[in-house]
Design a protein around this ligand. Structure first.
Ligand SMILES: NC(=O)C1=CN([C@@H]2O[C@H](COP(=O)(O)OP(=O)(O)OC[C@H]3O[C@@H](n4cnc5c(N)ncnc54)[C@H](O)[C@@H]3O)[C@@H](O)[C@H]2O)C=CC1
Ligand SMILES: NCC(=O)COP(=O)(O)O
Length: 346
């Protein structure tokens, strides 16, 4: 009997590529762990037929044992769609279904049925338009569901996702965490406060040690403004907020470089010294990460009391239902969650 960690795999927005990526992964055989899809079994069967990857779907009731993983088999914790789903066509009636899959996965982790969750992409706007005005993404939803003030979104290319010494031989390693996540740009500067930066950097430092095997992680911190504020002539946040916060955290023992101009920080010579980069906002850090490893990277939420990883892409409505989307990032997200779950045991 295998001890491969059971992972709750939410299948995401039903009009997007999430359901077929789960099918593709199961058809090919999962790289690690025993993913159990959380979603509508009929939808998964439909998408499997549409993309020509027939599957043995094994519906599991609560507490039922999860079978061994094998190519062509996909265990499912069923959640029913509210309305039929058509590839590429969003329907607000299914927004509640998407959130229910998250709640089911969370419940599985809390009950010990699963050792972690992996999320396929959801569509944020359709959930807001269905009436969840405050919804901004999985990261914040899980933070609130766990009653936390802060969690940290970090995306990393595949080699960087594996604990030191794992022998992984992927392309360039890059880890990029974000000080702010899904926020209009207009609100970012006000959100970069000493309290938030301190919380984020403490979580990042602790979880790089815990999950990534780094004994003394070195974190390079971006400035907010061009040229990190140009000595205060192009913005004062570096002098007033970021530099004093980093100085205080260094006194706690964190190894931090910065604030550094983001444009030069993201060059090979500067990255060579950094175990992770902290970007101040979403589009300061993620375009670089995606340029370095789109399709071979994953997203991990740090600071949660459970393992959660995700893909590096969205719902790709333009590709849905055709079987042409790349399942690479989902495979990376599953292997990372399995590795983290194993580390969490010891
Ligand atoms: N983890 C999650 O739940 C995420 C959800 N999203 C959500 O997804 C929705 C759509 O976002 P977009 O900005 O359009 O980004 P997107 O990632 O869905 O699409 C951007 C481009 O990348 C392509 N693409 C995406 N995934 C691909 C794959 N696996 N294989 C091949 N090509 C792929 C798409 O066809 C499109 O051309 C939004 O609601 C966004 O918030 C975005 C990122 C992560
Ligand atoms: N761009 C990354 C992203 O939007 C991830 O969002 P989520 O994992 O918080 O749903």
């Amino acid at each position: 009997m295998t001890d491969a960690p059971v992972l709750a795999l939410t299948t995401g927005e039903p009009a997007g590529i999430g359901p077929e990526l789960a099918v593709m992964l199961a058809a090919a055989g999962t790289p690690a762990g025993r993913p159990v899809a959380v979603g509508d079994p009929e939808l998964l069967a439909e998408r499997a037929a549409a993309i020509g990857r027939p599957l043995e779907l094994v519906e599991l009731g609560p507490g039922e044992p999860v079978p061994e993983a094998r190519p062509g088999r996909l265990p499912v914790w069923p959640v029913s769609l509210a309305a039929p789903a058509r590839p590429g066509v969003l329907d607000t009636r299914n927004a509640g279904y998407v959130l229910e899959t998250l709640d089911r996965a969370l419940a599985a982790c809390r009950a010990g049925e699963a050792e972690g969750m992996v999320t396929a992409p959801l569509h944020k706007a359709v959930i807001v338009e269905a009436g969840q005005a405050e919804f901004t993404g999985h990261t914040e939803y899980l933070r609130d569901a766990c009653g936390l003030d802060e969690v940290v979104m970090m995306l990393a290319t595949d080699r960087a996702l594996h604990a030191a010494g794992s022998g992984w031989q992927g392309p360039r390693a890059l880890r990029v965490a974000l000080a702010t996540t899904h926020l209009p740009l207009r609100e970012v500067a006000d959100a970069v406060t000493p309290a938030r930066l301190s919380r984020v950097l403490r979580i990042l430092d602790a979880d790089l040690r815990r999950w990534f095997g780094l004994d003394a992680p070195r974190i390079a911190v971006c400035g907010l403004n061009p040229h990190a504020g140009e000595a205060g002539h192009l913005g004062s946040e570096e002098l007033d907020t970021i530099a004093p916060t980093l100085a205080a955290l260094r006194r706690e023992g964190l190894t931090l470089d910065g604030p550094l101009p983001a444009d030069t920080l993201f060059t090979p010579r500067h990255l060579a010294d950094a175990d992770a980069v902290l970007a101040m906002y979403h589009d300061q850090g993620l375009p670089v990460l995606k340029y370095a490893g789109f399709g071979r990277a994953a997203n991990v939420t740090l600071g949660l009391p459970l393992v959660r990883t995700s893909v590096d892409h969205g719902t790709a409505l333009d590709l849905a239902g055709r079987g042409v989307a790349d399942p690479g990032s989902l495979a990376v997200a599953v292997s990372l969650a399995a590795e983290m779950a194993r580390r969490g045991r010891g």
